[in-house]
Design a protein around this ligand. Sequence first.
Ligand code: BTN
Length: 245
Amino acid sequence: MFTYFEFDEIPSTNEWLKERASDLNHGAVCHALSQSHGRGRGGNKWLSTKGNLYCSLLLKPNHKMSLGMAGLVSFVTSLALYDVLETYIGPSHEITLKWPNDVLIDGAKVSGILLETEKALSGNSTAYLVVGFGVNVEYAPEINDKKTICLKDALTTNSDINLITLRDQILNKIMTYFDLFLTRGFSPIRNVWIEKCAFIGQDIRIRTNQEVFTACFETIDEKGLLIAKMSDGTIKEISSAEVFF
Ligand code: BTN
């Protein structure tokens, strides 16, 4: 199911796959032990020195998928990360999901997802998706505004984490959830995602490009939008923001 391309160091595993996407098949995987120009969401850098996991997966939907649908694959991926990372952590630690696609342990970010999609030449469908994920395994890099943690600090026992085993567990889970998403749509993914999100029903701070405000995190809708209820009862649909709690 997977074809692996493994490197000691490259600029970015997402970039590597994107540059070769037209020649590679669904299931191509690029894994690097370090990245010289690791990329995060919103144009941020993703510090990528040896010890953590840096991996990207190429997905080529075999039937038409709108770009909107393709964007929901970040939720598919965060669920996969949640499921796998949960099996590693000890009982005194808590794992949760944070909108749009962070996985948190004890309220601190342990992994990040960068989903990049390419439009097909004809029509409005998706030619391919590159799903990049980074997991803080050995160390927790500092990120502005965010608490971070590494998996090693939340383990059940003091055992070592094998990066290849961890990578393959995550890739298999992504494929399982992606197949569910293709056959049954976003609804089952959304339901499970909502269950695992810690902040639903609570007041959160929301920072969009235009404003910062407090509102109640009602739910996520079928397009993955954050539905926020303002104190005057009005509803806002948020497509892109940072949330704080
Ligand atoms: C985020 O900002 O939360 C997303 C971080 C995504 C980092 C991963 S590491 C593997 C892949 N290659 C990249 O350059 N970025 C993603």
